[in-house]
Design a protein around this ligand. Structure first.
Ligand code: ATP
Length: 250
């Protein structure tokens, strides 16, 4: 496995949020962290790249303890897209080029510019590359942030609700890109998600959180209606279409 979370605990001041989380993700896998509002999904994601320092436990990347690595070394290995991005005055091109920063010593090379060009093309952002971020829509900014995370060429991509501002077409397109990158570059992806059906379509593994702990961990076929009812308190049917489970609230 490429990333292993070992007994992570976290509290904000005196409020415990995570109580002993264990998980691991291998190259080529997408893990989706699921659970109700406020359960600690974003907090867990932030602990996985030490944006937040866990009060207990260890995160290992390729068997290295993350806390032994510098911020630059962590950024070479892990890219992270938060739930909210502050709009800045920089252009789309510069925002994506920022993804190359952990790899640049003095100034960006031809290779860095080529990677940025390819990422912009992949996300269909070429025509917008000279637009300013603070003059773009929420969904466009979300696409740029994910494009930046991809241009970073990490081993692990952490995405906090990557489709929350996207229309249906872009939800599918962006998750297809993430799926392809995870498969092709042998990266590991961890995302938080509220849309169960999108997660069931694109993720390999699921972690359902309850009360700051892992209630269950399984693959898509292991997800049951009882599990969803227990986590979200909503009665659902699971129907299979093209071999993929779909959740229908009843
Ligand atoms: N900076 C903070 N200071 C204090 N408490 C916080 C802080 N950030 C989050 N919390 C609290 O920690 C808990 C977990 O928050 P977190 O954002 O991780 O939840 P989440 O599962 O990602 O929620 P959502 O699905 O609504 O995005 C919540 O109760 C939240 O109110």
């Amino acid at each position: 496995m490429v990333i292993r979370v070992d007994n992570i605990c976290f509290e904000y001041k005196t409020r415990p949020v995570l109580g002993g989380i264990d998980l691991d993700v291998s190259r080529g896998e997408i893990l989706s962290i699921m659970g109700p509002n406020g359960v600690g999904k974003s907090t867990l994601l932030k602990c996985m790249n030490l944006v937040l320092k866990p009060t207990k436990g260890t995160v290992f990347v390729d068997d290295s303890d993350l806390s032994d690595l510098s911020k630059r070394e962590i950024a070479q290995r892990i890219s992270y897209v938060s739930q909210r991005t502050e709009p800045s005055k920089m252009t789309v091109f510069d925002a994506v080029l920022l993804g190359r920063k952990p790899h640049i010593d003095w100034q960006a090379s031809g290779k860095d510019y080529n990677i940025v060009d390819a990422a912009l093309k992949r996300f269909d952002l070429e025509k917008m590359q000279l637009r300013r971020i603070d003059e773009m829509s929420g969904g466009e900014i979300q696409k740029v942030s994910i494009c930046r995370a991809v241009a970073q060429e990490p081993t692990i991509i952490l995405l906090d609700e990557p489709t929350s501002s996207l229309d249906l077409y872009n939800q599918i397109e962006i998750l297809k890109i993430i799926r392809n990158i995870t498969d092709g570059h042998q990266t590991a992806t961890v995302m938080t998600m509220h849309d169960l059906n999108l997660a069931l379509r694109f993720a390999d593994k699921f972690v359902f959180m309850k009360n700051g702990e892992i209630y269950s961990a399984c693959d898509a076929k292991g997800v049951t209606s009882e599990m969803i009812e227990e986590i979200y308190g909503v009665k659902v049917h699971l129907e299979y279409y093209n071999g993929i489970p779909h959740v229908i609230p009843v």
